[in-house]
Write a protein that binds this ligand. Structure first.
Ligand SMILES: C[S@@+](CC[C@H](N)C(=O)[O-])C[C@H]1O[C@@H](n2cnc3c(N)ncnc32)[C@H](O)[C@@H]1O
Length: 411
């Protein structure tokens, strides 16, 4: 996180996960600055990627002419990439268009600084933007169907098995999806009639999910070129510039009485009300924690007695090796022991579910995650202790503006 409180401790320097809580005015100022920083990243995409393409052109043109003559397709391919960049920029502009008022409880006003003085976007933010573009493939394209089948389908099937519609009024079954990304899993669950809330921290994701969920309504109406940033491991030059269309479904096609909401903010800060959810479903999420036990503790607290936690994902800790960030990289074995100590009953467990994450299926380098998948129940016959009761607050959790994007790199 950008704002961390430093704790000096014997044997070395430690960094505390909590942000320094500034005055409300300072918090608001930081929030607004962060908002505009992410908007700038969307706006600067073209300049940034075109510069990469220019570099590739310069490198190619520095080759001996006889070598260049052997490669007549290279410059035309780079020219094609330039067109794709321009096209991606148009979609990115559409995503940030009107997002000034997307949070009900937060206004970002007009930009105070002169936009010409905009600081150049960091490589870090640009990488996050490129990852967000790939997330459209995972969540909202036909090309992402196989990946969704491996990641989202098992979770959805468990929800349907645990809360079948012939035994439950599913509209009264509340499901929370922390780290909801572009919202497809939450959308699918809401489509089945469950009350579903996605929670997301990153403005890159929030702007984008807001765009798909609220402003797209025709199947495959838009095109992105998600793979143009990948210059290595292409079998064919045209693989780099192949289009991906989205959305593969009409996001507005949810049944009229469906209940889908998105809440912005840090999961552990937003969800503090005890015993309020029937189900928490985490997909590729728990390794985003500084301290995964804090997530376990939060999920334990917010589940109703008898409620279930469904998890699918790897343990690619997002803060590992990030300077000045707390990161505790626990094994699944250790997490499981802690869960059981909290009182969770592991009702189902598969330790080897092979999945991908925003995979480029034509790349010569492909990662497979060997995920864990489990259902853990908070027992129904639990006596809530006083401490939990003390912290009860009104439901549903208030929508919050998101915290600053930090080093929560996409997997
Ligand atoms: C690896 S992505 C997975 C997204 C989605 N669940 C999926 O499977 O495609 C992790 C997501 O969690 C979000 N995230 C990370 N830390 C968070 C936090 N503390 N609270 C809410 N969301 C968080 C990130 O912004 C990112 O979108």
């Amino acid at each position: 996180m950008a704002e961390t409180a430093r704790e000096e401790a014997e044997g070395g320097t430690y960094f505390h996960k909590e942000r320094i809580k500034s005055s409300p005015e300072e918090e608001a100022r930081l929030e607004i600055r962060h908002f505009w920083r992410i908007i700038d990243a969307f706006r600067c995409y073209r300049v940034h990627v075109q510069e990469q393409v220019s570099r590739a052109e310069r490198q190619f043109c520095s080759l001996p002419q006889r070598h260049q003559n052997l490669l007549p397709g290279v410059l035309p391919n780079l020219a094609r990439i330039r067109q794709c960049v321009d096209h991606n920029q148009e979609v990115l502009q559409a995503i940030i268009h009107n997002c000034l008022h997307m949070f009900e409880n937060m206004e970002y006003g007009e930009r105070r600084e002169d936009p010409r003085k905009t600081r150049p976007t960091s490589t870090f933010d640009m990488d996050k933007l490129k990852s967000t573009i790939k997330q459209f493939v995972r969540d909202w394209s036909e090309a992402g169907q196989a990946e969704r089948d491996s990641c989202y389908k098992p979770i959805i099937q468990e929800i349907q098995r645990l809360f079948p519609c012939d035994k439950y009024d599913v509209s009264k079954v509340s499901v929370l999806i922390p780290g909801a990304g572009l919202g497809r899993l939450a959308w699918e669950i809401a489509r089945l009639g469950y009350t579903c809330q996605g929670n997301e921290w990153s403005l890159f994701m929030l702007f984008s999910s807001n765009f798909v969920l609220n402003r797209c309504e025709k199947v495959n109406e838009l095109t992105l070129y998600p793979w143009i940033h990948q210059f290595s491991n292409n079998k064919k030059s045209s693989d780099q510039t192949r289009p991906v269309r989205f959305p593969d479904v009409n996001p507005q096609s949810l049944p009229l009485n469906s209940d889908l909401s998105m809440v912005a903010g840090d999961f552990v800060e937003v969800y503090t009300e005890s015993a309020s959810w029937d189900c928490v479903a985490t997909c590729f999420f728990i390794d985003t924690a500084h301290n995964v036990i804090e997530y376990v503790e939060t999920i334990w607290k917010i589940l109703k007695p008898g409620g279930v936690w469904i998890n699918l994902g790897p343990l690619l800790y997002h803060f590992e090796n990030i300077a000045n960030e707390l990161s505790v990289e626990l094994s699944y074995e250790d997490i499981k022991k802690a869960m059981i100590t909290f009182g969770f009953h592991i009702e189902m467990e598969k330790e080897s579910m092979q999945t991908t994450y925003t995979e480029n299926d034509r790349s010569m380098l492909r990662y497979v995650y060997d995920c864990v998948f489990f259902v853990a129940r908070k027992p129904a016959d639990l006596c809530l202790n006083n401490q939990e009761d003390d912290q009860q607050q009104s439901f549903p959790p208030a929508a919050k503006s998101p915290r600053r994007d930090s080093t929560d790199s996409l997997t």
